[in-house]
Ligand binder design. Structure first.
Ligand code: NIG
Ligand code: FE
Length: 418
């Protein structure tokens, strides 16, 4: 067989090739293949087998994995990728103990990013988004969900969504777009949130026609949108053919988790303070819990989402960065894997399901991302790690050695020799 690339001498190979989403106890069942090789041709996986059986494969390029770990490219299921400015000034407020929702109430937080995003040109936002995508790629991420939500008026929300579309065209990573026009109540609509939601819902047709987003999301939270407002808004989105997501039970337990289940949302995200009833319903449903422990960490919370309980009672869980300029300022999904181990009590096997197959299903990419499968996309990472347990264990640094997207090397760690 003639191929483009043969990755051989793989110590541990995780193919994650399962029918997903993977739920409950199955998340802890991780097949690990040893001493493997993978052949790539025309951007696809052409062959998977034991390294010893690769003799009859001729490759233009042979990559010696030197006994390292090889996995599918990571899938990042929840980011606020496109935004203007940054909010390092908020760090001092946080240190003084000003709560996240109080900063928002005073017109800061999300609303200060809204101001910066409204001012920024499409070209500026695009350049910034491409920069963050480069960094994500360097950390082993090959598919990324990206939300709008820093426009909060028609023009700027559409501007953000167009930036996601253009970034998807320009960048090697695959992007999946979500319309989060219902992210906060802008100053000019402070007293009439319902009218604001109507304005955002008016965009559904245009977004559909121009294929600007696949999902519609809302921030169901104290001082933002109630469960009732969220239900009405998301129902309108569903009627227009969108699949829905919810920023649910992030700070106050309003019951967003139950609403996600009730609406048949593809995912309920955050769930940091989900109630017993919320967890019970989630575990019986097909809604994927996208847990974002980096946000709990960065907001200085003592309590993290009860992922252990969710998995033990049968839920499908994904984990993601929530990359955004306020509540989780990192593109490093590997660090989030460490938080999942230490703060969510997830096993390495569960964590790998949560950043590959389940994350892919949470953004409607279960068929094309999050696995290594013959005939599938060649999205592959070679890690500077001897096994899959090593990545959550050695924290805060980048373990990616080589990141391949559609058969092409996007990132290779540079050796700094003396
Ligand atoms: O997922 N909760 C709402 N949205 C983001 C934070 C956005 C921001 O602070 O800019 C989140 O935490
Ligand atoms: Fe978020």
């Amino acid at each position: 067989m003639q191929v483009d690339t043969l990755i051989t001498n793989i110590g541990e190979l995780l193919t994650m090739d399962k029918a997903g989403p993977v739920k409950g106890a199955d998340m802890n069942d991780l097949p690990v293949d040893e001493n493997m090789a993978v052949a790539l041709k025309d951007g696809k996986v052409a062959w998977i087998g034991k390294a010893l059986d690769a003799d009859n494969i001729t490759a233009e390029k042979v990559v010696d994995a030197k006994g390292r770990l090889v996995t599918p490219g990571l899938v990042e299921a929840h980011t606020h990728l496109v935004f203007g400015g940054s909010r390092e000034g908020e760090m001092a407020l946080k240190q003084q103990g000003v709560p996240y929702l109080e900063i928002l109430k005073q017109g800061g937080g999300i609303l200060s990013t809204v101001e910066a995003t409204r001012k920024a040109s499409e070209a500026e936002l695009l350049e910034k988004a491409l920069f963050h995508l480069d960094r994500m790629a360097s950390y082993g991420i090959t598919t990324v969900e990206a939300k709008s939500g820093y426009g909060l008026n028609k023009d700027t929300e559409l501007k953000q969504l167009r930036v996601v579309k253009e970034a998807n065209n320009r960048h090697a990573l695959d992007l999946v777009s979500t319309f989060l026009g219902a992210h906060a109540i802008p100053e000019e609509h402070k007293d009439d949130p319902d009218a604001f939601l109507d304005e955002m819902a008016d965009l559904f047709d245009e977004i559909k026609e121009e294929n600007l987003a696949e999902f519609v999301d809302i921030f169901t939270e104290t001082g933002v949108f109630t469960v009732e407002q969220s239900r009405k808004f998301l129902q309108k989105a569903k009627d227009k053919g969108f699949d829905v997501k919810i920023h649910a039970d992030e700070i106050d337990p309003l019951g967003g988790t139950q609403l996600a289940v009730e609406m048949g949302a593809i995912s309920g995200d955050h769930l940091a303070v989900a109630t017993d009833e919320g967890i019970r319903q989630l575990s019986k449903s097909d809604t994927i819990g996208v847990i974002l422990p980096g946000t709990s960490f960065y907001l200085g919370k003592e309590t993290y989402a009860r992922a252990r309980e969710m998995i033990d009672t049968g839920a499908a869980i994904a984990i993601s960065t929530d990359f955004n300029p306020g509540s989780s300022v990192t593109e490093n999904l590997q660090f989030i894997m460490t938080l999942a181990a230490l703060k969510l009590n997830m096993s390495p096997a569960e964590i790998w399901h949560a950043v590959t197959v389940n994350a892919a299903h949470a953004i409607g990419r279960g068929e094309t991302a999050g696995h290594i499968r013959k005939g599938g996309n060649a999205d592959i990472v070679i890690w500077d790690a001897p096994n899959h347990m090593y990545i959550p264990y050695h924290y805060g640094v980048n373990h990616a050695n080589t990141v391949i997207k559609n058969g092409v090397v996007l990132y290779e760690r540079q050796e700094i020799g003396s």
